[in-house]
Ligand binder design. Structure first.
Ligand code: HEM
Length: 141
């Protein structure tokens, strides 16, 4: 999970609609983790649900044709207002489709080539890891 994306250096001062002045020279960013963990966007957002997006996608499947409808925010490579992992708008990550394909290949390789299990006696998943302020996996720990 990425805690913040869309970092921008402010070149000209501007004022937000709430009156807060953003001076030039500062770096601003979007707290994407808050957007991804907003219950208005995803139900039970702090619960790990491996099938979360799979189940959302199923709701959009057309019974007759088997095709899927408007599911842009459920795709791993989505860059839209509710899923900001890859940024948003004109500068959204252009490598996200490659990243998506690579990750699928890596996971496929791990699943087919390795036997994976928890250490003897361990019944729960390991504690979440946190890598500094940019990438933080902080929930459910
Ligand atoms: C899981 C892997 C990746 C993540 C999470 C990721 C995430 C991001 C994010 C958050 C941005 C900033 C978007 C913004 O500021 O609005 C970005 C930009 C960018 N990414 Fe990625 N990225 C990934 C993989 C890749 C790969 C594999 C490539 C190239 C092969 C790539 C190339 C770029 C480039 C060139 C930009 C700058 C786009 C611009 O400023 O117009 N990324 N990425």
């Amino acid at each position: 999970m990425v805690s913040a994306t869309i970092h921008r250096k402010v070149r000209r001062p501007f004022t937000l609609s709430n009156g807060q002045l953003i001076p030039s020279g500062v770096t601003i960013e979007i707290p994407s983790i808050c957007v991804n963990h907003d219950a208005g966007n995803f139900s039970d957002p702090d619960e790990f649900d491996a099938l979360r997006f799979y189940n959302i996608v199923q709701q959009y499947q057309d019974e007759k044709t088997g095709s899927y409808g408007p599911i842009s925010n459920t795709e791993f490579s989505a860059a839209e207002s509710r899923t900001l992992l890859f940024g948003y708008g004109r500068h959204a990550c252009p490598g996200r489709f490659l990243a998506s394909a690579e990750i699928k290949m890596i996971l496929g390789n791990i699943l087919t080539e390795y036997e994976i299990k928890l250490p003897a006696g361990v019944m729960k998943r390991y504690k979440d890891l946190c890598f500094g302020p940019y990438v933080g996996i902080l929930f459910n720990s």
